[in-house]
Ligand binder design. Structure first.
Ligand code: AMP
Length: 145
């Protein structure tokens, strides 16, 4: 399919190569999950494939076969870790839809009674707080099949 090519210097590609740090919560052969640095709610996590694709338009269908089990694991673990009332799963494709980082990713956003989600990609969270939340999710993952 024609379209803007994948940029190997996008920020998530750099995270995958270990060139910049992240608060990782889960990794397997095909996927990585880490804390969003500008979370829309407590525990907001991103799930990305290790294969390079820009978004839903250029990704090989098998990419989703690997991604979705990780999205499900993270959704279950974050709901448990933070006693959320639910979890929103969101995915943007191209700038017009709100995509700002052009490596395919799913947002896993816990929701809470009476708490509105913050705006998308606006306010940087404290690193220590993100590290703490990552630890909470890693701990909850031990109980998720
Ligand atoms: P999107 O707009 O769907 O492309 O989402 C990109 C997300 O990546 C936003 O929610 C940002 O807060 C988040 N983000 C940007 N840079 C980083 C980073 N270095 N580590 C973790 N999350 C990031």
């Amino acid at each position: 399919m024609q379209g803007t090519p994948y940029d190997p210097d996008n920020i998530f590609a750099k995270i995958l190569r270990g060139e910049i740090p992240s608060h990782a919560v889960y990794e397997d052969e095909h996927t990585l999950a880490f804390m969003d640095v500008m979370p829309q709610s407590e525990g907001h996590t991103l799930v990305i494939p290790k294969t390079p694709s820009r978004n839903i338009f250029d990704a090989d269908p098998t990419t989703f076969m690997w991604l979705m089990p990780t999205v499900q694991k993270i959704a279950k673990a974050s709901k448990k870790a933070f006693h959320a009332n639910g979890v929103r799963v969101v995915q943007f494709n191209e700038a017009g839809s709100g995509q700002t980082v052009f490596h395919l990713h799913f947002h896993v956003i816990p929701t809470y009674d009476g708490v509105e989600l913050k705006l998308h990609a606006r306010q940087q969270e404290d690193g220590g707080h993100l590290a703490h939340n990552a630890e909470m999710i890693r701990e909850a993952l031990k109980f998720i099949s």
